[in-house]
Ligand binder design. Sequence first.
Ligand code: S5P
Length: 271
Amino acid sequence: MQQSETLAPSLKATNCAKSLTYGQRAQLATNPVAKRLFETMERKRTNLIVSADVTEKKALLELIDAVGPHVCAIKTHIDIVNDFDWDLIEQLQQLARIHDFIIFEDRKFADIGNTVQLQYQQGIYRIAEWADMVNAHSVPGPGIIEGLRAVGLTKNRALILLPQMSSKDNLATGDYTQKTVAWAQQYDDFVIGFIARQQLVEDQKFLHFTPGVQLALKGDALGQQYLTPQVAIRDGSDCIIVGRGIYHADNYVAAAQEYQVVGWESYLKRI
Ligand code: S5P
């Protein structure tokens, strides 16, 4: 894989070394969201996260309701919804309870600690009130983690960092990747894992989330790069994140089912 060549030697995953089941890993988790996510994956037999990148409230809720039984988490980009209102959040939370999934807001915070605290809690989205997990770039340094952590821990939330990205020629490589992983380890009560293309740490309490996953490997015109679910999980991913591969399918329930089965079978091969 292209990016592994740029990783520091200590981060190169020679072979994916993950022998424990999701259920066993729930016992290792110290953060409540990580624990709940592992337990949900085990209970529902799914490592699929649907990236619900849909811009109209009604269509977004319909998609989430339809794929909900097949996922461990739903990933949102709340700021792309044209007709956002607080009722959307309440319905999303209700669907999360009905279908038993975790809510991941893909906010990719990227500012200094003080600013991200405001972005996390305030404004029209009040993300900290409803998102079980959010993610953040590490480019500002550890202050961004400290800012989010001070808010998130009081609400039993979790953070995912991005030591790698899926897009072509991204700058999250080498030393950046390595430092990001080290900060995750330093703040491991709040940081539960990584957006990653392959396994970055051996400690199995950390989750590796892989976006840029598609069975058809179609790619797009703007630099997105895809792996198949089989390759992602073989190389150490714990959760596959699938957007257009599902919500652009003619039948998105059937597509979600297919990704659930392929993802789960790939995981069973690994343990
Ligand atoms: O490196 C990344 C990180 C993320 S979170 N690459 C990504 O593609 N993502 C997100 O995953 C992206 O913002 C989008 O919501 C989803 C991928 O969507 P797809 O339609 O390409 O599957």
